[in-house]
Design a protein around this ligand. Sequence first.
Ligand code: CUA
Length: 181
Amino acid sequence: MSAIHPPATRLWWKQPLDRVEGTWIAIAFLWCLIMFFMMPYWHVFGKQNLSNEAYRTTPEVYSKKAQDMVDKYTVRTETAEKIPVVHPPAGSDVYLIARLWAWWPILELEKGKSYRLHLSSMDYLHGFSLQPANINLEVIPGYEMVVNVTPNEAGSFSIICNEFCGIGHSTMASKLYVVNK
Ligand code: CUA
C-alpha cells in the first residue's frame, strides 16, 4: 500500500488490531486520563491555578466601581497620562480595568495583606499577566473576575497583556506596586 495508489485489498480497515497499534492507543488513552486528573490535582495541590469567582457585569457598572475606588484612594499620579496610583485599604475590594490598550488605574497594595482583586475588560479579550510572579488570568468583557490575593513580596511588578488584542497589544503594559506597611 502506498499513499498514491489504492490499497490492494480494499477492505484493509477490517484487519484485526495490531498489537503495536493497540499499545499506542492504550498509552494515548492513559495519558489523556493522567492529564485530565492532573487538572484538579494542580488546582488543589499546585501553586499555578488560582481559584476565581466570576460574575456578569457591564462596562458601565464595572467602570463606576473602579472610578469610586480611584476617587477615594488615589495617592498620586504617574506617567504623562497622569494614571492614578491607588492605595486602597487592606482587605478591601480593588478594581483593575483592561481596555485598548491600557490598564487602569495603577494599584498599590500592602505586603502581607489580603485583597479581593477584580478584573474586567471594557472592550475585547485581554490577558492579565503579572511578572515576574507569572500569574495569568483572562480578562473578559461582560464578566467580572475576582481573585483573592495576598502579596508576599514587596516591589514593583509588571502587568502585561498576554492575549493578542490588536495593534497596540505590545504596548499594553502597566505596573503593580507592593509596599511594606
Ligand atoms: Cu490587551 Cu493584548
